[in-house]
Design a protein around this ligand. Structure first.
Ligand SMILES: [Zn+2]
Length: 113
């Protein structure tokens, strides 16, 4: 699973998150989408602890995602941006932060290529 880790390292540096301890978990797509929490299909998630500056980014294994899955780099940037945007707060699913993240990701990734 070299590519997700390489991308994570690249964007941790770019976002100046090197003072965080960020762990990457790569799991089967199906295990990210068990049960019905009423939401849309999930390709990744981020959880963090602002007191310890520790985070876990979970992404669906690219080998297991459907064809319409988001771009891997955009997915990783999306999850890291949650830490950039609201890593000073406890994890929540605030709609405004989600909207900010979704707006910024394509701007950042497509320009950075
Ligand atoms: Zn999000």
């Amino acid at each position: 699973m070299a590519r997700p880790r390489t991308l994570l390292t690249k964007w941790i540096k770019r976002f100046r998150l090197t003072d965080w301890n960020i762990r990457l978990r790569v799991v089967p797509f199906a295990s990210l989408n068990t049960g019905s929490d009423g939401g849309s299909v999930k390709f990744g998630e981020a959880e963090w602890d602002p007191y310890e500056r520790q985070a876990v980014i979970t992404i669906a294994d690219p080998a297991t995602v459907p064809e319409d899955a988001p771009d891997l780099e955009e997915l990783i940037v999306h999850e890291l941006l949650h830490i950039v945007v609201n890593g000073h707060q406890l994890t929540n699913d605030d709609i405004n932060f989600e909207r900010v993240v979704r707006t910024l990701v394509p701007c950042l990734v497509r320009r950075g290529r």
